[in-house]
Design a protein around this ligand. Structure first.
Ligand code: ATP
Length: 441
């Protein structure tokens, strides 16, 4: 029989990682004789929800197993979560969802909503009950939401892969020993097949996190082969405890939904929305850049935060009248004027920037000065006066072109589609055997 195992909300800011528990479970299940029908799925959920610890990720393992082993599989999964989840953290509320057979369409739709909007635990529990799945929840049980979303997140369309490597427990919390030269070499060889290895603006290596979690580094890419190859090039000054290749919705923009008008924006919901600039961008304390965007329905603020680096240069060059499509999320309940945190933007149409200047003297070509509003101009050189002259318009060249602008990789969210992935979106999952090896040990 086929079994789908969703797991979420096991970690805390002090440590742990749901993917790490998942890899431990993989090893146990393989030991029981289970066969994996897909890479472990790493599903990134709505990045704007306030409950997330870090990247709002959930995991699903999809296996084929003899019916008589079902009980043992269940107790193994539950046992590993109970052993390794960070129960002491107030904000950690683990959830497990197990489902036998085909994934119901209702789970797929629920999963899409968890990635792109906000749902309730009641909705998740009703679906679990209504489709014969089973759920195990701890504390406030919120993790069941992400666990069910992971089960429904079949990722039948665009997807990417990530090789995740983990550290020996004695190294958790210590600085990560990564040979950066080998990361750059990997990026040189596989730059076309992988993404977000190195930040081009700062030169910073991006594949390693900085917190106390057990992840040593992760390489994201288009194929399992590419990310596996990357792992053979990157060298570390500390041992790799274990690794696995995940299939993921990272780098696909899966969270963004187009909304018709600015007044349709909702708190915590990621969105793409069109509007016209009505207030010139201004830089506020901390280096964040804010501008006013409006359509027929209302006016909002758009914010490009300091970490978005050179992206702010683009934003600073926008002027009143530019038409654009803003991508991002509303994180707080500010009323009446909302702020959309920009994840990227597409300039649809640039306004004409017009500079008004005094006319040249028709007699001597010298510069003229105004004699007062509507009273014409007088030449500063020859004194010639002309009451009929008006200011001349000259169209300035804009230092900006229409098109898509994405912040540098260091400021991108897990789900943000990087520029280099445009045009490379997968329509479906490639059928066939899984790349070997896809995990270790
Ligand atoms: P990870 O560290 O695994 O990458 P995370 O730690 O940032 O992810 P979690 O600790 O899993 O995030 O916390 C997110 C919590 O919010 C989970 O309990 C999850 O079920 C819940 N959640 C996620 N997305 C939504 C959503 N769209 N609506 C409601 N609840 C959500």
């Amino acid at each position: 029989m086929r079994l789908h195992i969703g797991i979420d909300d096991t970690d805390s800011p002090q440590g742990g990682c749901t993917t790490h528990i998942a890899v431990r479970i993989i090893e146990e299940l393989l030991g029981l004789g289970c066969e994996f029908t897909d890479y472990p799925n790493l599903l990134r959920l709505n990045p704007n929800v306030p409950w997330k610890t870090r990247g709002n990720g959930a995991v699903c393992l999809r296996i084929k197993v003899d019916q008589e082993l079902e009980g043992e599989v269940r107790s193994t999964v539950i046992g590993e979560v109970e052993r390794y989840a960070e129960f002491d953290c107030e904000n950690t509320n683990p959830g497990i969802v197990l489902h036998i057979g085909l994934v119901p369409e209702a789970f797929i739709q629920f999963s899409n909503r968890v990635v792109g909007s906000v749902v309730t635990l009641e909705e998740a529990l009703t679906l679990v009950d209504g489709h014969g799945a089973s759920a195990v929840g701890y504390k406030n049980m919120r993790g069941i939401i992400g666990a069910l979303a992971a089960v429904g997140g079949l990722q039948r369309g665009d997807h990417t892969y990530e090789l995740l490597t983990y550290r020996e427990p004695e190294n958790w919390g210590k600085p990560r020993l990564l040979d950066e030269a080998t990361v750059r070499a990997m990026d040189c060889e596989l730059g076309d097949q992988t993404f977000n290895n190195v930040d081009p603006e700062s030169g910073r290596v991006l594949i390693a996190p900085h917190g106390p979690d057990p992840v040593l580094y992760g390489v994201r890419g288009e194929t399992p082969e590419a990310v596996h190859r990357a792992g053979t090039i990157v060298e570390t000054g500390e041992p790799v405890e274990r690794w696995a290749i995940f299939r993921s919705n990272q780098g696909t923009d899966a969270h963004l939904r187009r909304v018709e008008k600015l007044s349709d924006l909702r708190t915590f919901h990621p969105a793409v929305v069109a509007g016209k600039i009505v207030e010139t961008p201004r830089t506020i304390q901390g280096g964040h850049v804010i501008f006013g965007l409006a359509d027929n329905s209302c006016e909002i603020d758009c914010a490009a935060y300091e970490p978005t680096g050179i992206f702010r240069e683009v934003v600073r060059r926008l002027i009143v009248g530019d038409r654009l499509e803003a991508y991002g999320g509303v994180r707080t309940e500010e009323e009446p004027r909302r702020t959309l945190n920009l994840e990227k933007l597409e300039i649809l149409e640039l306004a004409r920037e017009i500079l008004l200047k005094n006319p040249g003297c028709p007699e001597c070509g010298g510069s003229m000065e105004s004699m007062g509003s509507g009273k014409g101009f007088r030449c500063r050189s020859c004194g010639h006066r002309d009451g009929t002259l008006v200011k001349e318009e000259s169209v300035m060249e804009r230092e900006l072109e229409a098109g898509l602008y994405v912040p540098p990789p260091k400021a991108q969210r897990h789900l943000t589609k990087p520029t280099k992935r445009y045009g490379r979106e997968k329509k479906r999952r490639t059928p066939g055997a899984m790349h070997e090896p896809w995990h270790w040990p």
